[in-house]
Design a protein around this ligand. Structure first.
Ligand code: C2E
Ligand code: MG
Ligand code: MG
Ligand code: MG
Length: 281
């Protein structure tokens, strides 16, 4: 550690940094066991019709119930999982879990709405990704059309030809691909045009208060129009108010997602949510 911190060694005496480092190492080790010990689980957040609020699909979001620390946010542990490489096992566990959930809801006769799964850009250096996804679909007997994936603009740090190839083979299995958190990275819509994607999810930072902010509102208007002209669907994430809902309905967003409609829900709560929103008897 001393060498990594340079010859001054100052960092060794920085108590705060030391705490964070050991906490990180602790969490990283904990993550390796979390998969085995069933400490990970999924919540599902609805994506809805902008006008009627009818659910159109769900996003699977990972949760970690640590035996000592309690619930830990993915904002905290996903970056650690990415740094240590455990992310590929975690994401594929999420993918399998989402497939099994889809299968179960279909068996229960619930409406077969697609589930989207977040896939870290780290996978794009993994030659086995496509075959592992194919194997999970085969083993669970799920049609690729029932599942979609969300990736962020950070895939662009990789060779774009390689990314196009991998995404193309995933798409060929019927799996739709969304660009998540659009607007926070450095890609442009014209760059996205090269990828076999079908959905753009506008990041929450562009949604929040867009109805009251002239600059934000003109940016999102332009992005939505351009995305539509490229044949892409647009999802606005992080809708929290009725004003934001009606604003993005007005702008012809295809789907909306956010606390205004529903927070991410554990499985049992989601089943109830589906039943009430479809007036199932
Ligand atoms: P994301 O994929 O962009 O997911 C959206 C995040 O925004 C979720 O946070 C969700 O709970 C939150 N959110 C949704 N609506 C609202 C809203 O109206 N207001 C506010 N303030 N927040 C809202 P969460 O679940 O904490 O996940 C954070 C991030 O962690 C995700 O961002 C995603 O990047 C990552 N993540 C979560 N699950 C996975 C996973 O299975 N694999 C990978 N690789 N990353 C994951
Ligand atoms: Mg996402
Ligand atoms: Mg997002
Ligand atoms: Mg986001």
């Amino acid at each position: 550690v001393a060498k990594e911190n340079g010859p001054s060694g100052y960092h060794l005496f920085d108590k705060e940094l030391e705490d964070t480092l050991s906490e990180k190492m602790e969490l990283e080790n904990g993550l390796r066991n979390a998969l085995k010990n069933q400490e990970l689980f999924l919540e599902y957040q609805p994506k809805v019709h902008p006008n009627t609020g009818t659910p159109l699909g769900f996003e699977a979001l990972i949760r970690w119930r640590h035996p000592v620390k309690g619930l830990i946010s993915p904002v905290k542990f996903i970056p650690l999982a990415e740094a240590s490489g455990i992310i590929t096992d975690i994401d594929l566990w999420v993918f399998r879990e989402a497939c099994e959930q889809t299968k179960e809801w279909q068996a229960q006769g619930l409406p077969a709405l697609p589930i989207s799964v977040n896939l870290s850009a780290k996978h794009f250096g993994q030659p086995m990704l496509v075959e592992r996804i194919r194997a999970i679909l085969n083993e669970t007997g799920v049609d690729g059309k029932s599942i979609s994936i969300e990736i962020t603009e950070s895939v662009f740090i990789r060779q774009v030809e390689e990314v196009i190839d991998v995404l193309g083979r995933i798409r060929a299995m019927g799996i739709d691909i969304s660009i998540d958190d659009f607007g926070t990275g450095y890609s442009s819509l014209s760059q996205l045009q090269r990828l076999p994607i079908s959905v753009v999810k506008l990041d929450r930072t562009f949604i929040s208060g867009a109805d009251k902010d002239a600059l934000k509102s003109s940016i999102v208007k332009a992005v939505i129009e351009l995305a539509h002209s490229m044949g892409l669907k647009v999802v606005a994430e992080g809708i929290e108010t009725e004003e934001e809902r009606s604003f993005f309905e007005e702008l012809n967003c295809d789907e909306l997602q956010g606390y205004y409609f529903s927070k991410p829900l554990p499985r049992e709560r989601l089943e109830l949510y589906i039943k009430t929103h479809f007036n199932a008897d």
